[in-house]
Design a binder for this molecule. Structure first.
Ligand code: NAD
Length: 462
């Protein structure tokens, strides 16, 4: 389907009207914000079938994956924000010294102003709306820019949003690079971007011109360490879940495995069993397996499969007109392999076999810090060693992906995998300004004499 892009001529008007709405203070009251968050919740709850259908058309996403990874999570974010808003938005007192003993000294949580949220296609609902929950809760007006690569979801949200949220304060702008470039010429008070690092650099460059702060939710190659002592069946099942969820198109999918020599064959067999358990004898005819988002990404992944020097030990089948790539494992991949160059972002899992996991630690540290890092082991010392000697946005021991849905864990990258983080209260904080506030009484003036001129010698003696 072709998404209707917002006419370029309309973009400055939309931005101007949202700036006006913020200045008019319509998003200020907590009651208003809660009402808008209830609107967002209701939009998701009342249009479940239409949302399922749109995301299915974009990504062939199974409804259970939509619920776990997108709509259920955003609804929960709405509930948490509504429930905790008074607490999150309350002034926070700070300790003071004697000089300010009689003053009211605290931190206010003020809205930033007008913010821009740019979403990515792989979780087209979540990555646009979850940050929006924080922005709305914090009292901002918001321009939402969905990914044009998931056009059905973008089109549906454009239709639904005005029926549930105040159009004076929250607007969707649709389009690709041209529309986003024009948006970026305007002054926002924060830009929240999810997507690739290359576009992230463009976003940050444009933001720098306006001195606009950014949150960048990027990607990278997230490794999973597997030590010799693991329960192979459980490990394979959890890794298969993490890798093949959304057909591998997840920013925190285990990108590749670092497996201690000796268990690789058993692990591959256990993967085969898990894939069979999840998708039956043909993932292509399973209702539980997604598809690659479009031909470009399909061809990118197919080329990787053609170029790898590793052994394809599971899967490898693909069909272009169905955008299908089977759950695939590639064994004995070396550091020089094409599969180890960039983020795979598809259902292909390379396995590097090492004599000792410490070799894997060295390898990970030679590369960019990943968005996530996984360790499967029963050995506390080995786990601690890996955690202490690596860097990553987040880390999970003995599972994959699930830190994303714990709203009290700030989610984000480090270094090339991102700047900043969000979810739960953190999202509220991202879109709030901590305004230092000191309210002095007009009394006790004598106490101030010490700092007023004339600066006599007595006043400067400590
Ligand atoms: P994408 O193609 O949907 O692009 C992201 C956004 O950038 C879109 O809204 C798009 O319109 C906009 N955009 C594209 N080109 C632009 C340009 N030249 N100027 C301005 N804006 C432009 O998504 P993608 O980049 O393919 O996303 C995949 C990447 O995102 C992967 O690296 C993945 O790991 C990462 N990702 C990160 C997270 C996270 O939460 N950290 C989540 C999902 C995806």
């Amino acid at each position: 389907m072709t998404l209707t892009y917002t006419p370029l001529a309309d973009i400055p008007k939309i931005v101007q009207s949202l700036r006006g709405a913020f200045n008019a203070g319509i998003t200020k009251s907590l009651e208003y914000r809660k009402q808008q968050l209830r609107g967002m919740y209701n939009m998701l709850a009342e249009n479940d079938a239409a949302i399922r259908d749109a995301v299915f058309r974009d990504l062939h996403k199974p409804p259970a994956e939509l619920m776990i990874g997108e709509s259920g999570m955003v609804k929960q974010e709405c509930i948490d924000a509504i429930k905790n808003l008074e607490k999150w938005a309350a002034n926070r007192s700070v300790k003071t010294g004697l000089v300010n003993k009689f003053d009211n000294v605290h931190i206010r949580k003020d809205p930033l102003g007008m913010v821009l949220i740019i979403g990515a296609w792989n979780y087209p609902l979540n990555l646009l709306l979850a940050p929006a929950v924080g922005a709305i809760a914090a009292g901002n007006t918001v321009v939402l820019k969905p990914s044009e690569v998931a056009p059905n979801t973008a089109e549906l949200l454009t239709k639904l949003l005005p029926a549930y949220l105040d159009q004076r304060a929250y607007r969707i702008v649709n389009g690709a690079a041209d529309e986003t470039t024009l948006l970026l010429e305007h002054k926002f008070d924060h830009i929240f971007y999810t997507g690739s690092g290359s576009v992230g650099r463009i976003i940050m460059g444009a933001a720098a011109k306006q001195l606009t702060p950014v949150t960048l939710e990027l990607g990278g190659k997230s490794p999973a360490f597997v030590s010799r002592d693991v329960d192979v069946a459980i490990t394979a099942r959890r890794l298969a879940f993490g890798k093949f969820f959304n057909c591998g198109q997840t920013c925190i999918a285990p990108d590749y495995l670092i497996v201690e020599r000796g268990i690789e064959d058993k692990l591959v067999e256990a993967f085969k069993a898990s894939i069979q358990e999840f998708y039956g004898s043909s993932a292509q005819s399973s209702q539980s397996y997604g598809r690659i988002v479009n031909k470009n990404h399909f061809n990118r992944l197919k080329t990787l499969l053609d170029q790898t020097k590793g052994q394809v030990v599971v899967g490898g089948e693909h069909q272009e007109d169905d955008l299908y790539i089977a759950p695939t494992l590639v064994l004995n991949v070396t550091k020089e392999d094409k599969l180890m160059e960039g983020e795979i972002f598809g259902p292909i899992l390379p396995i590097m076999v090492v004599d000792k996991l410490v070799e894997g630690v060295k390898y990970v540290n030679q590369n960019d810090q990943p968005l996530a890092l996984y360790v499967f082991s029963k050995n506390k010392r080995a786990i601690d060693y890996i955690l202490d000697h690596t860097r990553s946005g987040g880390v999970v021991v003995n599972d994959a992906l699930i830190h994303f849905i714990v709203s009290n864990l700030p989610f984000g990258g480090t270094g090339p995998s991102g700047i900043g983080n969000y979810h739960g209260k953190r999202s509220f904080d991202v879109f709030s300004h901590e305004r230092s506030t000191l309210i002095k009484s007009m009394g006790m003036e004598k106490m101030n004499y010490v700092r007023y001129p004339p600066y006599t010698e007595k006043k400067t003696r400590w």
